[in-house]
Design a protein around this ligand. Structure first.
Ligand code: ZN
Length: 284
């Protein structure tokens, strides 16, 4: 699933290729890819002849501001891809939505698993109003608003495993499995530690490494696990430098111990049993 660094990489790519040019047509190949408006034809009508003025990102959401003040929001979910094509090409099997631009260019939403969604939101409506999950998102983790105090307050409220808590978008917006595993490794925290057992020094460290890991992910253009590519079809490079994610059975880069994987709340967690002990940390 694309996480903050992947979505930010997509945003930056879209901002280079799609701005300030009219959308000359829209084609919807799978109606349920459109969450709003309810009528797919209305989505087409509202976007035709509009131009995108800027792309923003909030958590894992992409938000395009259009020249009439309305907004196109896209969430890639499990497998969504946004591809920029400069020459006309027939749709591939998982093509769901196509935005056509001048001179044969196309922005194409490809989504094998079909969980991805697009919303068109009128100028008079705030996106947080139309998409309730946007309203409950934690502050952007790379912004000033994401403070140690915020993270500590949110973690103090529950006894969930820390890994599960980090995936909660109301605690860390944009976080997902890859960068949560990486953050816990660099914090020396076992993924199953109950959040309310963490000392403040551990939360300070965790807060610092969350930002460090997300920045490293962005700098590497994200991580390609199965399907992630930039709008221009480039793979992310973070996977090659990962500390633990996707490295089950391989040697820890710090101590040489074999990386293990466990399942927590249905998600796999990669960790080093030596660098991220469960019991000694809980004794604090
Ligand atoms: Zn280790």
């Amino acid at each position: 699933m694309p996480e903050l660094p992947e979505v930010e990489t997509v945003r930056r790519g879209l901002a280079v290729v799609t701005l300030e040019q009219p959308i000359v047509g829209v084609d919807i190949l799978l109606a349920r890819s459109i969450a709003l408006p309810k009528q797919p034809q209305a989505f087409i009508d509202h976007l035709r002849d509009r131009a995108i003025q800027q792309w923003q990102r909030r958590g894992k959401y992409l938000l395009a501001t259009l020249d009439d003040g309305s907004c196109l929001v896209i969430h890639l979910r499990m497998s969504g891809q946004l591809l920029w094509l400069t020459t006309p090409q027939p749709p591939c099997p998982h093509t769901r939505v196509r935005w056509f631009f001048q001179r044969g260019a196309e922005l194409r939403f490809v989504d094998q698993r079909t969980f991805g969604r697009c919303w068109w939101i009128p100028a008079h409506c705030r996106p947080e109003k139309a998409i309730p999950a946007l309203a409950t998102l934690a502050p952007e983790p790379l912004s000033e608003a994401f403070t140690v105090a915020f993270l500590a307050a949110r973690l103090a409220h529950c006894r969930r495993p820390i890994k599960t808590a980090l995936l909660d978008q109301t605690i860390v917006a944009g976080m997902g499995n890859i960068y949560a595993d990486e953050s816990l490794f660099l914090s020396g925290l076992h993924p199953a530690l109950p959040t309310d057992t963490l000392a403040i020094e551990q939360i300070v460290r965790l807060h610092q490494v969350i930002r460090q890991v997300l920045r490293a992910g962005i700098a590497a253009g994200g991580t390609t696990i199965r399907s992630f590519v930039t709008p221009l079809g480039v793979n992310g490079r973070y996977g090659a430098q990962a500390w633990v994610y996707g490295r089950k059975g391989e040697a820890c880069r710090v101590c040489g111990t074999t990386i293990e994987r466990l399942r927590l709340a249905g998600r796999s967690s990669h960790y080093c049993p030596q660098c991220q002990p469960l019991f000694s940390a809980m004794g604090k």
